[in-house]
Design a protein around this ligand. Sequence first.
Ligand SMILES: Nc1ncnc2c1ncn2[C@@H]1O[C@H](COP(=O)(O)OP(=O)(O)OP(=O)(O)O)[C@@H](O)[C@H]1O
Ligand SMILES: [Mg+2]
Length: 207
Amino acid sequence: MIITVQNQKGGVGKSTISVHIAFELAKQGRTLLIDTDPQGSSRDWAAIRESEPPFPVIGLDRPTIHRDISKFTADYDHIVIDGPPRVSELARSGIICADLVLVPVQPSPYDVWAAEETVKLLQEASVYKENLKGVFVVNRKIVNTSIGREVNQALAEYGIPVLKTHVCQRVSFADSASSGSVVQEVDPTGKATNEIRLLVKEILNYA
Ligand SMILES: Nc1ncnc2c1ncn2[C@@H]1O[C@H](COP(=O)(O)OP(=O)(O)OP(=O)(O)O)[C@@H](O)[C@H]1O
Ligand SMILES: [Mg+2]
């Protein structure tokens, strides 16, 4: 399954979610993480790790990802694409090769409104790829709060499903990133780890 994590808004958690789901998917099958952001956050994450990650992380940051990916599809069960911020040919190229586009959104009306451009990219790509699926995942939800009515309403208007699993705002996500690890490694029985497991389970239902 090819999962592209994309939102044109910067800092919504594309790279965080990409490395965490790749780590989880790697337990179930051969997994590749493709960093398509010239900033190279996923590559930096892999580079500062003490040990090799349980999946390769490669960089493809030219808008030919949809062509280049065919070199890898036979060798991997799962490919995760960490998308770049901003609408660009690069973002389009990453979306067009996906089976599922995962759009992280922070639960604030501003972030939800800003997702419109990403939704448009998805709609454009659907013209070429009929079975392309897109889903929102709420990231950085504040623990013990519910998603505001305004946010739920605005998300519903896009006509794209919202995953049941929400990823909460937790220091362990930022802490683990600074050592090139993931929450599953630093706190295997923690709540963040559980959220990532549930998230991946839900994603695999779209396969
Ligand atoms: N659920 C979370 N809880 C706490 N911190 C988070 C969470 N998700 C992301 N962050 C933090 O938010 C910051 C931005 O996250 P990240 O780099 O994953 O976003 P991005 O969408 O990939 O950004 P860019 O658009 O620049 O590529 C990072 O410092 C990351 O550690
Ligand atoms: Mg990023």
